[in-house]
Design a protein around this ligand. Sequence first.
Ligand code: NDP
Length: 456
Amino acid sequence: MTGTNPGQTLLILGASGDLTARLLLPGLGRLLDSGGADGLALLGAGTDDWDDERWRARVRESFGTPGERAAQVADAARYLRADVTHGADLKRLLDACQGEVIVFFALPPSVTAKACAALREIGVPARTRLACEKPFGVDAASATALNDLLTQIVPEAQIHRVDHFLGKSTVLNILGLRFANRIFEPLLNNVHVASVDIVFDEDLGLESRAGYYDSAGALMDMVQSHLLQILALLTMDAPPSLHAHEFRDRKAQVLRATSVWNDDPVGFSRRARYTAGRIGDRQLPAYADEPGVDAARHTETLAEMVVAVDTWRWAGVPFRLRSGKAVGNLRKEAVITFREPPRTPLGLTGPERPDRLRIGFTPDRLDLDVNINGPGDPFVLDPVTLGSEFGPGDLPPYGEVLRGVIDDDPTLSVRGDTAETCWRIVEPVLAAWRADDVPLQDYPAGSSGPKDTLLP
Ligand code: NDP
């Protein structure tokens, strides 16, 4: 245990998994070394026949080069072998925890559901927090069923649905940009904004994750979860404070007002799958030929949809959400495109480029595209970009969201009703895709994906 706190235990179910090694533990290590998570003990659990030493080696490896606090926690970490779908095993794990318990479900979703059912039967100590990973269900009905199950174990305030995008410093910076500056917020409405793009394209292909990805696809993996959270931060009204209930109420309000553009999922959604191609010096096989992929499932590796946010502020502004894998032209940004001002009456000529505010998520940047009188003819405008790149936050995204879980602050967690609302938004698109009303397009890996725009 670190520090003088009476203590709490982070119980990671799924200790040997990919999420635990690649994201959770590195985030925890940084959080500890930044002075957070005072009094924390770490208990790992899984079906593997590991002992404490084996688990500690995994923890140290994932911590990277830990400082004193993280090294202390790694050296004291314990591991118990358990099948977490069995109540007796879970009881043994809970009994081994010191102080308050935080159960982190780093498990496949079907196993999480069974573990929750078992926890409901055996009960948990008071003040136990549950931390769940996306996907929160696979549709609105299953999200509701999962929420019902979770709230039979602990109250909603003790449930943390983790969306690590909400821990990204640039995503959180949307709040500062909008609500701590005079110049942008008055323009962010349907009088001044023509459209908004929220794009998260990545150059990685499947990366051996067929087991998870082939049953999810880009819409569920990225759009339904992360991109709708970004949309909420971009469109919500200023909360009276950043207390969890105020902040999450505001997000919930705009998401409740969000739906597929024109209620037309066929006209305003797109799905595509990459074929073989090259990205830099990497040759990628076609998605359909990747090991573990069932080509007949028609899983999309690129998803796009246009939504409306039907509020007084945003009605009439199309929001295009898109995410693709194996895309050559990397874009990870939200772009707010402003309406053209009436400049012809003044006889000003120049580029037909609208003003744009671009919030880059990787790298973390802010750019403002404007037209000004550059060199030469003062009545001919030149496009310029005022931009700044800023460094990463103190903590990686998982460190930031873990801080919320450990400090019992659900501000950055996705509330249960919001998880259900996000499914309600994408369900018409999923239904149109299942009915084959929207064809599955192809794009070569390394290309910039399908070209024509879906924007109305
Ligand atoms: P993995 O398959 O890599 O890991 C799952 C873990 O669960 C393994 O350690 C496995 O242990 C354990 N497990 C499975 N069944 C049981 C059981 N009955 N009792 C005890 N342990 C069990 O999955 P990921 O780590 O990739 O994903 C975990 C969750 O995180 C999923 O919900 C996923 O959607 C989410 N997520 C993952 C991300 C990632 O990048 N990996 C990113 C964002 C979210 P064993 O193999 O020994 O059975």
